[in-house]
Design a binder for this molecule. Sequence first.
Ligand code: FES
Length: 494
Amino acid sequence: MSDQANNGTLLLSLTRAARLVGVSRGALQKKIKNGDLPTFEGMVKPEDLLRVYPDTQLEDNSVMERFTLIKDEAFAHRVRERLLPEPEVLAERLAGMGRELAQTKALMERYKTITDWLYDKFNEFEKSGSLEIKDIMGPLKLWLRYELEKQAPSDYLETYLVKDSFLRLMTAHVRLLPGRHEFFVEGSDSILDAALRAGISLRYGCSNGNCGLCKARVVSGKTLPMRHSDYVFSEAEKIQVCVLLCSHTAVSDLEIEVTEVGGARDIPSQHIATRVKKIEHLSDDMALLYLQTPRTKRLQFFAGQSVTLETGNGAEAEYPVASCPCDDRNLHFHIRRAPGNRLSDFVFRKLKNGDIVEIDGPKGEFVLREDSTHSLIFLAHGTGFAPVKSLIENAMARDAAESMHLYWVAGEEGHYLNNLCRSWTDALDNFQYSPAVADAAGSAEALRQVVKDHPDLAGFDVYVAGPETFVQAAKKMLLENKFPEDQLMTSRVD
Ligand code: FES
């Protein structure tokens, strides 16, 4: 959102500022915390931003593009199919920007008239006044000219404003009240999908305009319905301008009053019959299971949570969801062949595309700490990588952590998504990946390496997922190094 302070100064939201200079919101927040970047009610001035990031290549979008690609991968294909806003939305935004331009032009004309008039007056006084008046008017004229020339925008600032205008045409900025979370609605996303994509948890149910759970009040800005809905609002809700976030997109920047989901316990338990979309066998003993929910019944969950899977042979077992809640329809699971586990046996021997797998959940509280801006360390052992992958993709969507470091200790199953981890390292300047081998010595060495790499551990949140022995060893090592226990989240994954 671009905004005007009381004195007419242009201000930028942190999300927009981060996107303009191609850094994470977490990096900007750190600059603010250190006093390097002043804020005005949570917003920043373009001039201050350019002072702090003087080397920003405004024409170079490659970092942002690589980052967006990764987020889109996590969000599957349905967003990429709808990258451009609807023509109606584009037309409205263009009209809005046209009005803004006309107002700014009129204001500029007025200022020019006033400064020309002032200059003429100074001239007049200088010519007709006493020596004393002339002595005052001469420097005043020089000052006026100097200030007018000084205020002319540099080429750099101009490029910057052009880029900002383009962003405002293609995206709308949404600020949630009272929590003040913010995100962009891109293309013809619904507001709900855009919020999920940004890692924000809102209340919702059917995603289809029927249940009313995603209802919210539009405080300012304009929305556009995307689909027909039979949901009936009360008279009071109509007067308050309530909309269904799953069925509306944003035409202009918005402020919305809405209830955000407070924590993992706020999400209701769901039972969904999903279908197998794909089973990818990475080795004889490792399979990636892709399930898809019906369009009208998606799984609401937090990254890091688990569900119980139930297959056609009546076998059931709990597995962490390995994908991001930003795509609540396409769910991924990492299944290791485990002797005696009937579900894993069924997946490897009988399960095929199109079969039904029932899911029950979500369960567990191994989730990202709400509103923490700490840097993140992830310690995964074996298929403990599954919930960690979900957390990492969610953290990328939130864009709040200054840096992330993944340590993945793998046994016989190997680093089965090694290329994915490497692609995160390639795409993100603030992401590090350290694979290690899971013999007894390797695990211990990986844990020691964490302390060597990050002697300032207290500035991190640490997430550990793996077998109980690994979780306990990691916990012991961290607590011995005076790590604050409330910044440690653990999950047992066998
Ligand atoms: S989620 Fe059910 S109406 Fe929007």
